[in-house]
Ligand binder design. Structure first.
Ligand SMILES: Nc1ncnc2c1ncn2[C@@H]1O[C@H](COP(=O)(O)OP(=O)(O)OP(=O)(O)O)[C@@H](O)[C@H]1O
Ligand SMILES: [Mg+2]
Length: 233
């Protein structure tokens, strides 16, 4: 069994008379330690997939599993624990707590972890060892996103989920953030899934899952991915 398994997953949103098939029979797997890029056009179902994988949304049918446990059959209580301990999230717009420093933002997450990493150590890992006492408003967008990555990693999750993590950043800063996510995977041995509409990101992945209209249209694996610093788009 693969580390992550999506098996014939469907998600249907009902809005009055209208049914939206956001995810429409999706199957794919991700191996432990891989950097996986999930790519597809707007509306293809990428965020829906990530939210279901992260236990923030339920599926209508099918099965979702992580590390041998069936997430799609978890009770609400089990889902709370799963979100708390097993998955880390990085969003497009950072979502930091504005009146806490960088260090305090990361501590907030590490304090709820079962086997957390040292907050200052993780901030050093993302290149912010000298910005611990800065508030989000004192940091650039790229630096705030690095704090958000440190926060997600500090819980020591089994899986790091990133939804358009460079979406709000300029080209150079976006590349830096991708490099950090790649390093987190290659050097830190963490399993990372990045959702994006940017096809250039495919080059840095061990596995690329192409999503179209709620289905995994194609999957490619790459044993020798490019370094994020060499990407151009
Ligand atoms: N809560 C919801 N209620 C109704 N429809 C929804 C809901 N969430 C998503 N959808 C619909 O499901 C489809 C997939 O949405 P999703 O957000 O997963 O796409 P996406 O691939 O992440 O797009 P983008 O690249 O624009 O972020 C879209 O048609 C969207 O309108
Ligand atoms: Mg989305």
């Amino acid at each position: 069994m693969a580390f992550v398994e999506f098996s014939d997953v469907r998600k249907t949103y009902r809005m009055g008379e209208v049914e939206v098939h956001a995810v429409d029979g999706m199957s794919f797997s991700i191996e432990e330690g891989e950097l996986c890029v999930i790519v597809g056009p707007s509306g293809a179902g990428k965020t829906t997939v990530l939210n279901m994988l992260g236990g923030m949304d339920s599926c209508t049918s099918g099965t979702i599993s992580l590390d041998g446990r069936e997430v799609s059959s978890f009770s609400p209580r089990e889902l709370t624990l799963y979100r708390r301990y097993d998955v880390g999230f990085v969003f497009q717009f950072y979502n930091l707590v504005q009146n806490l420093t960088a260090l305090e933002n990361v501590e907030l997450a590490s304090q709820i972890g079962r086997d957390p990493l040292d907050p200052a150590g993780v901030l050093a890992e993302v290149g912010l060892g000298n910005r611990l006492d800065n508030f989000p408003a004192q940091l650039s967008g790229g630096e705030q996103q690095r704090v958000a990555i440190a926060r997600a990693i500090a819980k020591n999750p089994k899986l790091l989920l990133c939804d358009e993590p460079t979406g709000a950043l300029d080209y150079t800063t976006g590349k830096q953030v991708l490099s950090i996510l790649q390093r987190t995977c290659v050097e830190g041995g963490r399993t990372v899934a990045i959702v994006t509409h940017n096809q250039a990101f495919e080059a840095i992945a061990n596995r690329v899952i192409h999503i179209r209209e709620g289905r995994a249209a194609a999957v490619e694996t790459n044993s020798r991915p490019a370094g994020a610093d060499t990407l151009e788009w």
